[in-house]
Ligand binder design. Structure first.
Ligand code: TYD
Ligand code: MG
Length: 450
């Protein structure tokens, strides 16, 4: 069968039969690139699937040792309890965020019983050695290869038979059978397909680094997301040393977990208590801030929500929200105005969540409301008070899940009071020393807080 040319969007990864200036799926301009599926890749891919004979569930052997630890428990948590043999993991993030550092660091632990082949297409061997020395990585079972040809890399891997293959980065790789340059969507896609085949047939785990770029000129990792087993995003604010690792896709675990790291002189260190980190440096007795508690996977995390309300002469006052959904923030301000009697119409309002965290859970509503009200009234909320609860359009405070876990974390960090919804809060165990302020609506919230 003759392979047919298709067009791939470098932004969303969708495939189209015809070229157009704008991607019909995601609406981005100038992102479609020509792609001819390679004959060899397609044939062997279908063969490896077809040769598998149907088996009963009881006949399939489950290998207990299929997972292994990477030595960083924050990374293990995001992977769903450790790395899985024969899986392809994509670690994506902006340049300079610390992807190479993270992957080099896990080599130190993994290398005890297993061997690792670290392939870099970005740094020379001596640069890698310098970095390894800085990170105190000195294992004998760690092999480096500076190479960008995928055929050479796979040949080396076949010879060396490592337990883990690290490829940094997918944008530097190329295969001989395609004329296009490294980083183009054709190369990125074909290289990933071949790495996928390699890891499925050999049982070797593969970690691949992918750079994200805003222009979409180079094929971003979005194209790869559909192919790989696991996509981890490594994020962080430019000016802080904290880094968040989150799973956008995981075939072997939950996608809700986050891992928190801090970048130090000697590499990344884990932050086992993110709440403490996020609350450090909190201003005392200052208007315009309130502590929220959100669940990130199985773990409750406390974060500080800040608000600034300043008078404006603009007909359309400014609203800005960082780390919290913009439309939801606007809705909460409207609820405060209509049901709580606080007037925001002649003020600019800025909402900010400290530490680069995103609060996507409705349970954070109450803290946003309290921070905004405190800023408008210019009255501080007690430093020992936290708040959880969803706010509805009629101004009611609605029940939220996993209340006991949240309250335990709130108490653990030294808070003595917590505002929470009345509904769903009667049958919980209250941690010692925590006073619960149960509320039904926005008016009650304002009455107990100020
Ligand atoms: P790097 O892992 O090279 O980023 P990526 O591979 O994602 O492009 O990280 C580079 C940044 O990390 C650089 O700004 C320097 C900083 N860094 C440290 O602060 N401490 C360290 O020990 C190392 C190795 C890097
Ligand atoms: Mg790098």
């Amino acid at each position: 069968m003759k392979s047919k040319t298709v067009f791939l969007c470098t932004n969303c990864g969708n495939e189209f039969a015809k070229w157009s200036g704008r991607c019909p799926s995601c609406g981005q301009w100038n992102t479609l690139e020509e792609y001819t599926p390679s004959q060899t890749v397609n044939k062997s891919a279908s063969r490896s699937i077809l040769s598998a004979k149907p088996k009963r569930l009881s006949e399939i052997e489950s290998d207990e040792a299929v997972r292994y630890t990477t030595g960083l428990s924050e990374l293990d948590r995001v992977l769903g309890g450790g790395a899985v043999r024969g899986s392809l993991v994509l670690v994506a993030g902006a340049p300079g965020i610390g992807k190479s550092t993270l992957l080099l660091q896990i080599c130190q632990c993994i290398c005890g019983e297993q061997s690792v082949l670290y392939v870099s297409g970005e740094e020379s061997a001596s640069q890698l050695k310098l970095r390894a020395q800085r990170l105190n990585v000195d294992r004998e079972e760690l092999y480096f290869l500076c190479e960008t040809s995928l055929d050479e890399i796979l040949a080396s891997a076949e010879r060396l038979k490592p337990d883990l293959l690290i490829v940094d980065s997918i944008q530097t790789l190329y295969t001989e059978d395609k004329p296009s340059s490294p980083g183009s969507v054709t190369q990125v896609k074909d290289c990933t397909l071949r790495l996928m085949q390699y890891c499925k047939t050999s049982g070797v785990s593969v970690f691949v680094v992918g750079h994200i770029n805003k222009e979409g000129a180079i094929a971003g990792p979005k194209v790869l997301e559909h192919m790989v087993d696991c996509v981890l995003y490594f994020e962080g604010e430019e000016h802080t040393t904290y880094r968040l690792l989150r799973a956008a896709k995981n075939r072997f675990g939950s996608t809700n977990e986050i891992g928190v790291f801090e970048m130090k002189d000697h590499g990344l260190t884990e932050v086992p208590n993110p709440s403490e980190m996020l609350l450090s440096g909190r201003p005392e007795q200052t208007p315009g801030n309130c502590v929220a508690c959100v669940m990130e996977g199985s773990r409750p995390i406390l974060a500080e929500v800040q608000a600034l309300v300043s008078p404006t002469t603009l007909t359309n006052p400014r609203r800005s929200s960082n780390g919290f959904d913009y439309n939801r923030a606007a809705m909460l301000l409207a609820v405060l105005e209509k049901r709580g009697g606080l007037k925001f119409f002649n003020s600019d309002v800025y909402i900010n969540v400290i530490g680069g965290l995103r609060l996507d859970e409705p349970a954070a509503d109450l803290s946003v409301v309290l921070a905004a009200a405190s800023a408008l009234l210019d009255k501080p909320i007690s430093d020992s008070l936290a708040a959880v609860g969803e706010v509805g359009l009629t101004g009611e405070i609605r029940a939220i899940g996993q209340l006991s876990q949240r309250l335990t974390e709130i108490r653990r960090l030294g808070f003595t009071q917590c505002i929470l919804p009345r509904s769903g809060s009667t049958e919980i165990t209250v941690p010692e020393g925590l006073e619960l302020l149960r509320v039904r609506n926005i008016r009650e919230v304002l009455a107990v807080a100020f």
